[in-house]
Design a protein around this ligand. Sequence first.
Ligand code: AMP
Ligand code: GLY
Length: 427
Amino acid sequence: MSTRVLVVGAGGREHALAWGLARSSLVDEVVCAPGNPGMASIAECTPVSVTDAAAVVDLAAKLDTDLVVVGPEDPLVAGIVDALEGAGRLAFGPTAAAARLEGSKAWMKEVLVAAGVPTARFATFHAGRETEAFAFLDTLPGLYVVKTDGLAAGKGVVVTESITDARDAVRAYLSGAAFGDAGRTCVIEEGLTGPEISVFALCDGRRAQVLATAQDHKRAFDGDTGPNTGGIGAYSPVPFVGTDVVDEMMERAIRPTLAELDRRGANYRGVLYCGLMLTPEGPKVLEYNVRFGDPECQVLVPRLTSDLFVHLSESASGDLETPIEFSATSCVGVVLAAEGYPPAPDRKGDVITGIDRAGQYEGVVVFHSGTAHDDQGRVVTNGGRVLTVTAVGADVARARDRAYAAATEISWPGVHYRRDIGAQALS
Ligand code: AMP
Ligand code: GLY
């Protein structure tokens, strides 16, 4: 009997998951839906859309999968795990009821408050309630945050010192002009300040085990300047976050959240991505995501020394038992982006050279995000975030030297990347 795993997704995060699963001595075959050229070099790729739950269920049945691993939030929020479980398939990721934690920020904040988790002061407003929303903005001390309730592809959050911009955002959201129904309910909260980090935990419904800390880099250019991105580089673990802070967040945030979700009939299985701000008053939860981060996943998986398949299967079946182990290394991931990203790449289809050479550097793995094959079988650019060059090393400094050395091997017209990924960890 051979063991088959289906990975649902097409980005760098899913490439890292497929890579980690393919390394498991317990896994015979990894299949990806739809996958990308990087994943195709280690797994079979099938052209099935991540949001076509019926097609994913059919594929899982045809493959007789032992585990389906769902990468992105959209299918999770839409209930793909419910559909897979309904068809008798073991699936890693939360059900729709639990994925609401990312699908509705208003509900997430309600859960945080009910669970007594430290978080920013907030209020929720629905369409037609502009006047009340403006009055609440006036109670905030000068840094305003306005968020769409629903998913907005990572673009639904405005953080501003300008009351005019905050009001404009409220107007655009509540009227539906900016994000349609996702914005007709919005959350307004006080702006917090401090370093932003993430804690990732695996959950089995009742219990949680910490995976690791990571820090993402959101702004497009060096020194945290330029427009926001989906994440343009990351490293793990975060050396300035001690085990005391991680333990505190497991006790004060993640475990109470699981208990509260369970009380609400939303048993949480999967990875919980806890976005934190280390404020002067202590760590506060900014957000939960119900999936691995991208590119954070790419810097977690290369450090894992225990078996990813075992951990994800145990989480999915509600029985986390096996201790999670990481090497005593750091991992740095630099995202190589296409010209014009963000917001959107101006060009696609440029031939990428040097990926194999980069992959030969010690400790380096290159994960694909926005790539495709052209009609001659060459790897070409096909999105904004194109590749993540990751490297492990004894510490952040050494890992980042390796990642940047490898990155210089890779080129295409217009390639750009930040030169200061991990710099915060060195100072
Ligand atoms: P979210 O989608 O909730 O993670 O928000 C996206 C980004 O907005 C976060 O990664 C933070 O950088 C920023 N952000 C969210 N909430 C706050 C807040 N209360 N104060 C300051 N920045 C925030
Ligand atoms: N890198 C941020 C995210 O995955 O949401």
